[in-house]
Design a protein around this ligand. Structure first.
Ligand code: ZN
Length: 891
């Protein structure tokens, strides 16, 4: 990814030989080159002497050889930014020629016969570690982040997930500065030492890869609770934060207990230790980390109060607390053989957290939100230079592969197993997977085999979903034969060429489909001819069905439904049964019919989105040709009926009346035109707002939350509908609607409504906007998580020339370059504004270029996440491509 994405060269404490320096060129690592390690580690005893100047880490490892491994092969240990203090084998110092040391490796040339004891002492400086990988300090406390390859920044180790060992961890530190000392497993001993120091000894009975190691030391308080497992064991639950934040951990604790119960009920998975800790830290690169029994979280995904966190934050906390907890089985008990298999744990665990959130709230709304995310982020990634399969074939820096493809597309792949095998069959597959692989490090193929074997299923070319990149295009033509009473579908699948993959094979695509009759009812589906045979359609209990899952396996395939007595309106790809781009000949009037009647809520929403996409894209070309813009009245009327339909869930309505995002629209264009997309979309927003003005006013007035804030679906749904309506109204920039928004702002009693009212007002440049923004800052300046919202809201703004405001905010006390959340809010937020980031004067690109160069010196992971905004550059016109290239190549 060019000059900007380069990774900071890691410097070893010892002088490095010239030949070694030459090896520093980034190396591409290939899945096909995987080899088992020659040595395994059985037990690891770690001792940390935490200090202000340096921290001394002593590790004592029992080394055994791999049954088929080469005897006396050199033992290669990874290590980055660690100073070697001593190295012993079986109690004896290793002589100078017995080992070699480079910037990234310690090699023991001739290890003795196994088993043997390896003792290593290293010195590190966590207080100067700004990468937030390995052991580092966040607001005075010590904490760790070892996935993917952070453990090598703590001590020399075989830092790879297929090396699983039992860890004990002894921590010693100053007692007044670091009263709380935590690590994985059970606390088995603690006590005082001389000079005001103390220690704690932790033992983790489960073997694990080092990426799941964790240590926390500092001044923390805890919220304590208890969970009784299905077999009657009591588990202590503790959520650790600075004392003043403890009141904000109620929702996190609720989420944890709900997750523990859900995993028992849905997957039969019980927690396996007597203690579960969560620690919230303000400086964290990602969302959270599933370290065994000691999860560490970005504080934004733990802390919430009605006044400071929005409904979206509450939902994110529920989902991520669930996600990390679920990793205990999918990730920790069964882990990955190598990092190419990352989706084995992440895709599966995202799927599990999606299902958890669905069961806790509205399934349709959750599905819609997840599909929107896929379309906004993953589809563009899969169509650009960063396109890679769910299981990548190679990588240079693993940290850059924590992508929406591995996570979200990976979750879609797992979901497709369930769609193909049914919920019951999927559960059987999961049970077999755990039965076969508990305490092993395995691959995506092992997961596939468990699903296949438990169901004796034919999953023929389904495995290609792991190895082929690119979003398949599924084209469907339909026709009805009134005399034969048959309904025919002609399907074609095509996977576009992607980076490194010019040609593709057809894959098994589950296509869920239903047919609607003229009254909007689901027609019974009795039998279907799938090109090979006529199959009669019944569910497991022998009852008739109205939705079937067709197996689209070939490049071209035909299906014929029989006994269809009237011309149906097809509801294709129900529930978004596969992560594809659907192209079909379903006419606009049929889409409007689906919007009004489909029993599949996802497709009901999708019908509206499809019309919306078509409409806005046609306006974009009208704009490009200098033509006048018109709105499709039927579409507006369809939205009106949805908005006024009191039988619908209000959160669903809020989603259904929200137009496709600018990034989704740009992704659908041959050459993305951010200005035209923005103008066209804004035009439609305002047209809808003025046509449905009264309906929106009613929605705002009848959905205010007067009562105390509650995190439940009903009240969240009311707030969602009210907030979307307010946004439409304020877009009109009329005195009356602006006054309404201001009123909502002033009377808001929770962050969900306060920030929505602020966003509504902030659409329109002017004095009021400035005034309310500074009022908001004044109120919340002491709450860093809230000021992040304030930064993001301004950064995302589409008001012309906004890059200047964003640059000014870099010097604002609310910003801090070393805190990833601040960078994601301000810099990341800015890249989310298509008009300003892609501004034709190039100032947006220049801003990001400057930021990335600065960030890379502090925290390469954060820099590389930010630079990815450039990865869509080929989507744009030549002028913008030239600008981006010029900035990107380092000028
Ligand atoms: Zn995860």
């Amino acid at each position: 990814a060019g000059e900007l994405a380069r990774v900071t060269c890691t410097v070893a404490a010892e002088p490095i030989a010239k030949e070694e320096m030459a090896k520093e060129v980034p190396k591409e690592i290939f899945l096909k080159d995987y080899e088992k390690p020659d040595y395994y580690f059985e037990t690891v005893h770690l001792n940390f002497a935490l200090g202000e100047e340096h921290t001394i880490v002593h590790s004592n490892i029992s080394v055994v050889s791999h049954p088929e491994g080469g005897a006396n092969a050199p033992l290669k240990l990874d290590g980055v930014d660690v100073k070697l203090r001593s190295l012993k084998v079986n109690g004896e110092d290793v002589k100078d020629g017995g080992y070699s040391l480079s910037a990234k490796q310690l090699i023991l040339h001739r290890p003795p016969s196994t088993p043997f004891k390896l003792e290593i002492t290293t010195e590190i400086e966590p207080q100067n570690n700004t990468t937030l990988e390995g052991l580092y300090k966040s607001t005075g406390n010590f904490c760790t982040q070892c996935e993917a390859e952070g453990f090598r920044r703590i001590t020399f180790y075989q830092d790879r997930p297929d090396v699983m060992a039992k860890f004990t961890t002894r921590i010693e530190a100053d007692k007044s500065l670091y009263p709380v000392l935590l690590s994985n497993g059970n606390l088995i001993e603690q006590g005082d030492l001389s000079e005001g120091r103390h220690y704690a000894l932790w033992e983790d009975p489960f073997k694990k890869p080092c990426y799941l190691f964790a240590l926390v030391a500092g001044q923390l308080a805890s919220r304590d609770d208890e969970f009784t497992t299905c077999s009657g064991r009591k588990v202590s639950l503790r959520i650790w934060t600075p004392a003043q934040d403890i009141p904000k951990t109620v929702h996190a604790m609720y989420s944890l207990k709900a997750a523990m119960k859900w995993d028992e009920e849905v997957f039969g998975r019980e927690y396996d230790l007597d203690l579960f800790n969560i620690v919230a830290v303000p400086d964290f690169n990602m969302g959270a980390m599933e370290n065994k029994s000691l999860n560490i979280f970005n504080s934004r995904l733990v802390l919430a109060s009605p006044e400071t966190a929005s409904d979206a934050d509450y939902a994110a906390i529920l989902g991520v607390i669930g996600h990390e907890y679920f990793h205990n089985w999918t990730g920790n008990r069964v882990t990955c053989r190598d990092w190419f298999q990352l989706s084995l744990k992440e895709g599966l665990t995202v799927f599990r957290d999606q299902e958890f959130s669905s069961d806790m709230g509205s399934r349709a709304v959750k599905r819609i939100a997840d599909v929107v995310r896929l379309r906004i982020s993953q589809f563009p990634q899969d169509a650009g230079p960063m396109s890679h399969p769910v299981r990548p074939h190679s990588y240079i820096k693993m940290d850059n592969f924590y992508t929406v493809t591995v996570y979200e597309k990976g979750a879609e792949v797992v979901r497709m197993y369930q769609t193909l095998l049914s919920k019951k069959g999927f559960r059987k597959g999961m049970d077999l997977y755990f039965e076969r692989h508990d305490s092993q490090a395995v691959t995506c193929d092992d997961f596939y085999a468990a699903m296949r074997d438990a169901n004796t299923a034919n999953l023929a070319n389904f495995g290609l979903w792991y190895s082929q990149s690119g979003t398949p295009i599924l084209t469907i033509y339909t026709s009805y034969d009134a005399s034969a009473h048959t309904f025919q579908l002609k399907c074609r699948q095509e996977i576009p060429p992607t980076a490194g993959q010019p040609t593709k094979e057809p894959m098994l695509i589950p296509l869920a489909i239903g047919l609607l009759g003229s009254k909007g009812q689901d027609l019974p589906l009795t039998s279907v001819y799938d090109g090979a045979s006529l199959k009669s359609l019944k569910d497991d209990c022998g009852n008739g069905v109205t939705t079937v899952v067709l197996r689209v396996e070939k490049a071209e395939q035909e299906f014929i439904f029989t006994d269809i007595l009237e011309r149906p309106v097809p509801s294709l790809l129900r529930g978004f049964s596969a992560p594809v781009r659907l192209v079909s000949d379903v006419a606009d009037e049929d889409l409007l019919f689906l919007l009004a009647h489909d029993s599949d809520e996802f497709n009901r929403w999708e019908a509206g989105q499809t019309i919306g996409r078509k409409l806005i894209l046609s306006l974009v070309s009208a704009l490009q040709q200098g033509k006048e813009l018109f709105i499709n009245k039927d579409f507006v009327n369809g939205l009106r009926s949805t908005l006024c339909n009191s039988s619908l869930d209000k959160e669903f309505i809020a989603k259904a009346i929200t137009l496709p995002a600018e990034s989704e629209l740009m992704d659908l264009m041959e050459v993305a035109d951010p200005d035209a997309v923005h103008t066209a979309r804004r035009f439609v927003v305002k047209q809808i707002a003025s046509s449905l003005r009264q309906e929106f006013l009613d929605a705002v007035n009848t959905n205010r939350s007067n009562e105390v804030y509650e995190f439940n679906h009903e009240s969240m749904a009311r707030r969602a509908l009210k907030n979307v309506s307010l946004g439409y109204l304020a877009s009109l920039n009329e005195p009356e609607t602006i006054q309404l928004a201001l009123n909502e702002y002033n009377t808001a009693t929770n962050m969900t409504e306060q920030i929505a009212a602020l966003a509504a007002i902030a659409q329109n440049p002017g004095e009021l906007r400035t005034e309310v923004l500074s009022k908001f800052y004044e109120q919340w300046q002491k709450d860093s998580l809230v000021t992040n919202k304030w930064l993001a809201l301004q950064a995302l703004s589409d008001i012309p020339g906004n890059v200047k405001n964003v640059e000014a905010l870099l010097d604002h006390p609310a910003f801090d370059m070393k805190n990833p959340n601040k960078v994601y809010s301000l810099v990341g937020g800015f890249c989310g504004s298509a008009v300003n980031f892609h501004a034709k004067d190039g100032l947006g690109y220049r801003f990001l270029g400057d930021m990335v160069l600065k960030l890379d010196k502090i925290n390469p992971q954060v820099a590389s996440r930010m630079v990815s905004a450039f990865s869509k550059w080929k989507k744009f016109d030549l002028h913008r491509q030239e600008l981006a290239k010029w900035i990107h190549m380092g000028r």
